[in-house]
Write a protein that binds this ligand. Structure first.
Ligand SMILES: Cc1cc2nc3c(=O)[nH]c(=O)nc-3n(C[C@H](O)[C@H](O)[C@H](O)COP(=O)(O)OP(=O)(O)OC[C@H]3O[C@@H](n4cnc5c(N)ncnc54)[C@H](O)[C@@H]3O)c2cc1C
Ligand code: FES
Ligand code: FES
Length: 639
């Protein structure tokens, strides 16, 4: 039974039983634990070896990277940036959940050890070692001179291993696109790409791609992917090329899987000195955890992938020393196993609905299913492929991204802008009655009145709801409507580099069937996303025939200038010129059919990118005086 509140919120199941809140944190954990048979120790596998940790022995927030290096003695995994940006700490998490087996390269530096409970972790030592024999990925890294100081190498190897587990025959484009989250400071990348490319399966498209590349480069060996048996360009190389070496190593099938465990069906409760950690399995358990944990809701931290911990310091002021280090909250509630937050579906109208515990990569996978008939969804896929990097997107949720944007409005969230423009809606659950603005505590007497409040709101409403830590708004699911009938849905991300970089400007336009336009922008360091309201109003007040012509464009640009200047973006700034050119692209895109052919190239935003190639040529014979500099030497010490 549910009651509708006058603000649109619904009280669900108001009479359900809730256990009495215990007076102390220690007792609380005991009560919750008994009620649901909660497990009280973490267990997982590392490289197929069982580990079990008693709660009093470790802080559940300890990162997997630190655990591997300092507790498990596995120092192959490196810590570089410690914020999810360099990939040196990449390991593979494997598990089965909801009938699906997952193998995910993730950043161990962002993963709390308690979030590994029930999973299998594969590190570079598990992939191969001198003792047990190198895996072909490792051998090829050596043979191709793809490792110099070696600090980044375990991360590249692990990320490639994760790719092969999910896709044993990746094509060259898939390989190249996979590595948006690994950084190397020594090699210059060419040799790494050569090593990884040697795993590419060749298909017709690759052949064409190779042909194109070959033509582009006057028939030298740059079109070779390194695959000796399949690449027709392989034999044409006349120079002494280190790529020859790697290609001679046979492609051995991966020895995986280690046994992939199913995630436990009982929830987890860890009582430690640092915090009480809950991993509930259902929405009801989740609400129980929040309601019975503490009398101060502000002392609860809710997490999913915990990846936002990598960027937090740039937004909460701590990196600039302007703020005291925030005291960690005493209760952590993890969303990753809440069953009700894991569904996904495609509606008969072409809309998609996805659970709030799904990752950004899960969302991309779902949107790809509707993309062939929905250009708007396809545009969202393109944009979301540029959010963070593959390792972050594997576990980081769209919901966490939106929640972070709500808390820190200057964070240039790709998800917030694109999903607002797409008119997505969120299904929200809260243990607190938000209709009562004076209340930041749980409503009524928790002993007798268990209340779960639910509502559906737009992204903009969600982002605009003031952040009050006492009022958690849990995103249970999101619906993105079909955009297939829209005249146009276009979004743009300008950033200092194509991958693994926050936007300096995010911009989107949604032109509906009736040609009504929504224009949104978010400019770095300014609170957003914002509607260009004056511009929207101007265009929408024109007759249909006038909306997207030359005259209206000239006027719309003046209106856009007014919108931006109201946010202190001057008409002489680079940001204004960039937004202006993006609006121009929107105008061109709407007029595709009647467009002057000379202007067509202005529509293309994502210019097609050929597979990167490179050749290393040594003088033959090498100049003796220059040796060893003039000759390539594989780093045999690594074999
Ligand atoms: C190296 C790096 C690069 C990045 N680059 C980009 C980028 O280019 N563009 C971009 O947009 N973002 C970027 N991000 C941000 C990234 O997208 C977010 O960190 C991620 O989406 C957060 O998801 P999460 O599940 O890990 O959230 P968590 O870190 O677990 O949580 C973040 C916040 O969300 C809340 N939360 C989580 N799930 C829910 C839910 N279901 N309901 C309500 N609240 C919830 C938590 O309470 C917390 O306040 C980057 C992050 C990193 C580390
Ligand atoms: S250490 Fe750089 S991503 Fe983890
Ligand atoms: S950082 Fe030194 S080999 Fe990549």
């Amino acid at each position: 039974m549910s009651q509708l509140l006058n603000n649109g919120w619904t009280v669900v199941n108001p009479n359900a039983h809730i256990p009495a809140p215990p007076p102390t944190t220690t007792l609380q954990a005991t009560v919750i634990k008994e009620q649901h048979s909660w497990r009280t120790t973490i267990s997982f596998k590392i490289n197929n070896v069982d580990y079990s940790i008693a709660p009093e022995t470790i802080n559940p927030r300890t990162t997997l990277a630190v655990y591997l290096r300092n507790h498990a003695g596995l120092t192959g995994t490196k810590i570089g940036c410690n914020e999810g940006g360099c990939g040196a700490c990449t390991v593979i998490l494997s598990y089965e959940f909801d009938g699906v087996t997952k193998h995910m390269p993730v950043n161990a530096c962002l993963r709390p050890i308690a979030s590994c409970d029930g999973m299998s972790i594969t590190t570079v030592e598990g992939i191969g070692s001198k003792k047990s024999g190198l895996h072909p990925i490792q051998s090829r890294m050596v043979e191709c001179n793809a490792s110099q100081c070696g600090f980044c190498t375990p991360g590249w190897v692990s990320n490639m291993y994760g790719l092969l587990l999910n896709n044993s025959k990746p094509n060259i484009n898939e390989i190249q696109d996979h590595f948006d989250g690994n950084i190397c400071r020594c090699t210059g990348y060419r040799s790494i790409l050569t090593a990884m490319s040697s795993f590419a399966a060749i298909d017709d498209d690759d052949e064409k791609q190779n042909d194109n590349n070959n033509n582009d480069t006057n028939n030298n060996k740059s079109g070779c992917c390194g695959n000796e048996t399949k690449c027709k360009h392989y034999a044409h190389n006349k120079s002494i090329d280190i790529e020859d070496l790697c290609s001679k190593i046979p492609h051995k099938e991966s020895t995986f899987p280690h046994q992939v465990p199913s995630l436990p069906t009982t929830p987890l409760c860890l009582q430690t000195n640092e915090c009480t950690w809950y991993t509930p399995n259902t929405l009801e358990q989740l609400i129980d955890c929040i309601q019975t944990s503490t009398t101060d809701p502000a002392d609860i931290e809710i997490i999913l992938g915990n990846t936002a911990s990598g960027i937090l310091k740039y937004y909460d002021g701590s990196i600039f020393g302007t703020k005291e280090q925030v005291t960690p909250k005493s209760v952590v509630v993890e969303l990753r196993q809440v069953a009700e937050m894991h569904g996904s579906s495609i509606g008969t109208d072409g809309s998609i609905t996805i659970g709030g515990a799904k990752s950004i990569n899960d969302l991309i996978t779902l949107l790809k299913k509707t993309s062939s008939t929905d250009k708007g969804h396809s545009q969202i896929v393109n944009h979301f492929n540029r959010v963070a990097n593959n390792q972050v997107r594997n576990v980081g949720g769209f919901a966490g991204n939106l929640a972070f944007a709500r808390k820190y409005p200057t964070f240039p969230s790709d998800c917030a802008l694109v999903l607002t423009a797409a008119n997505a809606t969120l299904s929200i659950v809260s243990p607190i009655d938000l209709s009562n603005s004076s209340s930041n505590k749980y409503t009524n007497n928790r002993e007798t009145n268990k209340k779960i409040f639910t509502t559906t709101i737009t992204i903009q409403e969600y982002l605009n709801t003031p952040v009050d830590d006492g009022k958690p708004l849990i995103i249970v699911s999101m619906t993105i409507p079909s955009l297939s009938k829209n005249v146009l849905f276009k979004s743009f991300k300008l950033a200092i580099r194509r991958e693994n970089s926050h936007a300096t400007i995010n911009f989107a336009a949604n032109v509906s069937e009736t040609k009504t336009i929504q224009i949104l922008y978010h400019i770095e360091k300014i609170k957003g996303p914002l509607h260009a309201t004056t511009t929207e109003e101007y265009i929408n007040n024109l007759s249909l025939a006038e909306r997207f012509n030359q005259a209206s464009l000239t006027n719309a640009i003046v209106k856009l200038q007014a919108d931006l200047s109201s946010n202190n973006i001057s008409k002489n700034s680079i940001e204004f010129y960039q937004c202006q050119s993006l609006l121009y692209k929107v105008y061109l895109s709407v007029q595709t059919e009647s467009l002057n052919p000379k202007l067509i190239s202005g529509i293309d935003w994502e210019l097609p990118r050929n597979v990167s190639t490179g050749t290393e040529v040594y003088a033959d014979p090498g100049d003796e005086k220059e040796l060893p500099v003039s000759k390539g030497y594989p780093k045999v010490s690594k074999l």
